[in-house]
Design a protein around this ligand. Sequence first.
Ligand SMILES: [Zn+2]
Length: 464
Amino acid sequence: MMKKKLLIGSLCVICILCSTMLLACKSEEKIDGGLEVSYDIKCALDDESCVLYVTSEVEILNKSKVAIKELPFYLYPNAYLEEGGAVTISNVATRERDLIYNIDNINMKVELNEDLKEGENVAIIISSRVEIPKGKGRLGYGDGYYNLHAFYPRLACFHNGSFVVVPYSKIGDSYCFDMANFKIKINYPSAYTLASAGEQTNYKENEKYKESVYCIDNARDVALSLSKKFTIFESEIEGVKISQYTMGKQDYTPFIANCLGYFIEEVGEYPHENFTIVETPFEYGGMEYSGLALINESVSEKEFVIAHEIIHQWFGLSVGSNSYKECWVDESLTNYLTYYYMDIYNKGGYEENMELERKRYKKFLEASKEKYGIGYMPRLDYNLEEFRSESEYANMVYGYGVLTYDGVRNVIGDKKFKKAVRDYYENYKGKIASKEDLIASFNKSAGKKVEGIFNGYIESKVVF
Ligand SMILES: [Zn+2]
């Protein structure tokens, strides 16, 4: 994600935290195969009460050797209780019988009647009512618009035979998701235009309502946005259909096509057939979802923010990360590649921007030492709960993280750097990469001891 301008000038933000909770049987050894998960979501928007009625059928195929007894879901609307958001679950069932479930704020555990063993599948049907909070959050509404993210119960990711449940932090992007397939059918008032990730497979309307169905496979996360004021621009690059939904007048599709085309050529295949940019009232600079990005309609440096969210399609979404535990793994690389790309697009500016980032970091460090004491020295690889403030998070992950990659590239050279980025994508697309995975991949590709350079920065031993 990209933070709107914080104290520093660079725009991004978001990543996460994760404490792990083992909800299935523990296993010390690596277990091949995880879960194959598909969401069939049907929802209806009541514009009078700003309520979304959601029925989700979650089909889960267990491809691991571990028998699963309990399924942990996130109920993210409950993260917005202070703002007026909430989700009420009215029923959880299989196709045959009701199930017992327990809710604790944003977490819901569903007890299975029988263990879900290797090769077995189960469909969990969850009926819910989501109160959408007023505001510019990922889930929020305002005058003539809705941003709808994480309105449906989302299964926690499943790694090496156990579920990983990530706490929710107001700082960063507290998410850690496996890939899943989505089909979303939404009924909404006809005054609105809908923007969604994926391919539209059905559409109908009458005087009062519209109904759209969108499908997207192998998606890390999805979101919808509705507005009464959208204008749509469209384009295409390398067979990818580009759409820009805007309340403004500027057509960014040539820029989007250039950026997408560059990363398809230089890094690897874009994993979807569509890419959609939505300009909407939004509290951050932008936020990435598979096949779609929300962009703050009034953010400055809009091209930088759009490029950042496009690059997340490769790093953060296709190559996933545990954004609670290791938020820098996708955010710092994404933000660095944004500077890298903008330098090519604008035919210059890279060195000036790195100098600007060094100055910002030094200023932030000096101010923080006054506040926290002379020994203050934050780390890039904190989890989200270890960051003392949103400012510290943004300065480290977006600013210092960029300088880390600048340092790595200065040592290994541009050719090896580009190869390392390409190889990292190839090695981890569709998976979740850890800090160790990232560094080991760069180390192997660059042919030098890149690990030492990364660690120097991570341990804050580099002085500017
Ligand atoms: Zn970001």
